[in-house]
Design a protein around this ligand. Structure first.
Ligand SMILES: [Zn+2]
Length: 209
């Protein structure tokens, strides 16, 4: 998929040139995505349109983290803190629907949505548009083992999720050359458990240099 990018972006560790994001250093991917989101999108809350101040602005995941919502610009929207916390783990579309309901119906609606998530987790592991991701051969992913190879908390959350649903909780994120940008623990988990293919989002306009 093509990631939304600002026309101009230049940092020590990454820059946008001719519509392509070049990443030069091993920067924390999510931090870079937040910087890019603020540079790409306007400075109003996506949900209530209130003007955002730098000190109090937050970033919302349109597809929430709990449902596999990865941190890439297309999934990130500046928002005020009250909207962000009220939205919680609803998706953007679910939240817009929620806002039209009366308070009593809202509670019920949120409950139903979250119950329905279990079915989706069993079926495909996460809630993201199908056109965003593709299945890739684990061994075709180019990545470097961390110097201290950790199988820590994140790894164990994947393990628990996989034990329960037999799926991975989110896709990994790759650049156009199949180099790993985010999802180290998922790759590690897949290799440990001999999963031949895993879901991945391939960002066609991003290169790790
Ligand atoms: Zn708001």
């Amino acid at each position: 998929m093509i990631m939304e990018l600002p026309n101009k972006f230049r940092m020590r560790y990454a820059e946008v040139i001719n519509g392509e994001l070049l990443i030069y250093e091993n920067v924390r991917f999510e931090d870079l995505m937040y910087e890019l989101t603020y540079a790409t999108k306007n400075h109003r809350c996506y949900y209530c349109d209130k003007k955002l101040r730098k000190e109090t602005r937050t970033i919302d995941h349109a597809y929430p983290r709990d449902a596999g919502g990865i941190s890439i610009v297309n999934n990130l929207f500046p928002s005020c803190s009250p909207c962000n916390s009220e939205k919680g783990n609803l998706t953007r579309d679910e939240y817009f629907h929620f806002l039209k309901l009366r308070p009593k119906e809202q509670k019920q609606y949120r409950k139903e949505v979250l119950e329905n998530r279990n079915y989706i987790f069993h079926e495909r592991g996460f809630v993201l548009p199908k056109k965003w991701f593709t299945m890739v051969d684990v061994w075709s992913i180019d990545y470097q083992l961390a110097s201290t190879e950790l199988r820590g908390k994140r790894y164990h959350r994947i393990l628990e999720f996989h034990n329960k649903y037999h799926r991975l909780p989110r896709p990994v994120i790759l650049d156009k050359n199949m180099r790993l940008l985010d999802g180290y623990n998922c790759v590690l988990f897949a290799r440990d458990h001999c999963l031949p293919e895993i879901p991945a989002i391939i960002l066609e306009n991003v290169s790790l240099i």
